[in-house]
Ligand binder design. Structure first.
Ligand SMILES: [Zn+2]
Length: 510
């Protein structure tokens, strides 16, 4: 079951009405939700938000969401959207009760450390949030494939006079003012990763006049901004992400089908065997084709049923060939017609702007015939099941091989240009290098604990699991045992352990 979205709010902060600039921030790559993405300041509703009085709010919900947006903006940028909260006067004019910049910064830190409530900061200074200064600009719900979901209210607001946002390291690593049109250009040319609302909002701001009410009307006219289902997900230019329901392993419920390119496109993993989901994908592809695009070929990352279920249908419908690694082709020949095989390092060039040069990478470990697709232009990787956005990758021998898995991960790390990972399950990963290093570190830690267990005289996989997987629920021990076998095989190949009495012991040479 998809998780229930939590209430959240974000502020689209603007300044300079003659030629508006919008304030966008980059999220910390280490964050589990949208790590490394560019976005707008915001966050989840706090239990104290409903108690913050808000002037001119239509109802309690509108008041609470604005209180949340104003609090998050203050915490993340120091900007206080409240009446009488504009520029502090020069220090000499002590008669004013307006908060000084230093005082506000101190209160901001106290708020971040939970030492004071937002409401008491407002009360101290006789300030109030005014709903009229935060114009509702739509509600966006994270699609159901994601492990964390938010129902986010967006608000447009002008930067109050005399204030300037500042970013303190933490959830955000960077923030800047940018013309919306320049933001789009940055997204096209640089490793900027955007979630759908951010992209739609920036596009709309770039196309509308500087009038906030007009922008707000355009923003709430976007069908997806009414808590609709977001199906067009283009986090990087020309890399469309289309999650479909599949018979996959929990916690995943969906497999991401990718459509990559411009006028010419390829499809990676048309995954769903379910007719309804195939029709959804058909409709989405029809929509892309009405933009003058054409599908050239279908690629499969590997043979697992939650990746190939829609390949025959789509191939027949579009009359395009299906391609896979030879070791995948031989595994699926009875269910999918494979028209040609793909070798390691094959280059797939796709025309359009900014252009795509996908390198097929043979990356076994999860399966023997696994492929990733690395875009040399943007440094993005469609990772299949090598790296996933939720849950863990199953390495189940003899199909799975832990040594190959490590090597495949390291192969990705060797690319100097490595920006975003687009996994077959879960959301895009905006911190590619960090994520892969985390994967390697985690598996290395596990291997050490397994070796430790063997050293202590425990030689059988099912006995090793409770010792090496103390952080894992016993319900997962079955999968953990398969991984343990894979680690043991690698340790044996590495010469660190040897087979003994039906199990393993530490190698006599080591
Ligand atoms: Zn798989």
């Amino acid at each position: 079951m998809p998780v229930t979205p939590k209430d959240a709010a974000a502020v689209i902060l603007l300044k300079n009405p003659a030629d508006p600039l919008v304030f966008w921030v980059q999220r910390n790559p280490k964050l589990a939700f949208m790590g490394g993405f560019h976005a707008f300041p915001g966050g989840q509703v706090d239990k104290a938000d409903p108690s913050v009085p808000v002037l001119n709010a239509a109802d309690e919900e509108n008041a609470t969401m604005r209180a949340c947006a104003a609090r998050e903006l203050f915490e993340e940028t120091g900007v206080l959207l409240a009446k009488n909260a504009s520029a502090p006067p020069p220090a000499a004019s002590v008669s004013s009760n307006r908060p000084s910049r230093e005082r506000l910064e101190a209160r901001r830190r106290a708020l971040a450390n939970d030492e004071v409530s937002f409401n008491s900061i407002l009360e101290e200074h006789g300030l109030q949030i005014d709903a009229n200064s935060m114009i509702a600009a739509g509600r966006w719900v994270t699609p159901p494939f994601a492990p964390r979901r938010f129902d986010t209210w967006f608000f447009l607001a002008w930067l109050p006079e005399g204030q300037e946002p500042t970013i303190e390291s933490g959830e955000l690593i960077h923030g800047e003012w940018i013309r919306p049109a320049d933001a789009l250009e940055r997204w096209m040319r640089e490793p900027v990763i955007l979630a759908p609302p951010t992209l739609y909002i920036i596009r709309t701001l770039a196309a509308t006049s500087p009038d906030l009410d007009e922008s707000a009307r355009a923003l709430v006219a976007i069908p997806e901004s009414k808590r609709g289902i977001v199906r067009r997900i283009e986090s990087r230019p020309g890399i469309f992400f289309f999650p479909v329901k599949t018979p996959t392993l929990p916690p995943a419920t969906h497999t991401n089908c990718y459509l990559v390119g411009g006028e010419e496109m390829i499809v990676i993993d048309p995954a769903s065997p379910y007719e309804e989901e195939q029709q959804e994908l058909d409709r989405f592809i029809d929509g892309l084709m009405t933009e003058g695009r054409r599908i050239r070929e279908i690629f499969l990352t590997h043979h697992h049923p939650d990746h190939i279920g829609g390949a025959n249908h789509l191939s027949q419908r579009l009359n395009v060939p299906v391609a896979a690694h030879p070791l995948t082709a031989s595994r699926v020949s009875h269910v999918v017609r494979i028209d040609r095989t793909v070798q390691d390092r094959e280059l797939i060039e796709l025309k359009g702007d900014p252009g795509w040069r996908l390198r097929a990478l043979y990356t076994p470990g999860h399966t023997r015939g696994h492929l990733c697709f690395y875009d040399e232009v943007s440094g993005s990787v469609m990772t299949g099941d090598l790296v996933v956005g939720l849950g863990t990758v199953v390495i189940d021998p003899p199909e799975g091989n832990m040594r190959q898995y490590f090597d495949s991960l390291k192969r990705l790390l060797a690319f100097e240009r490595l920006t975003a990972l687009f996994p077959a399950h879960g959301p895009a990963i905006g911190s590619a290098r960090f994520k892969i290093e985390e994967y390697i570190a985690h598996r290395t830690m596990r291997e050490e604990r397994i070796l430790e267990a063997v050293r202590s005289g425990t030689g059988l996989p099912h006995e090793i699991v409770p010792l090496a997987y103390t952080d894992v629920a016993p319900a997962m021990y079955g999968l953990a045992e398969r991984s343990t076998v894979a680690h043991l095989e690698k340790l044996e190949e590495d010469g660190r352990i040897e087979r003994f009495d039906g199990g393993y012991r530490v190698s006599s040479e080591s």
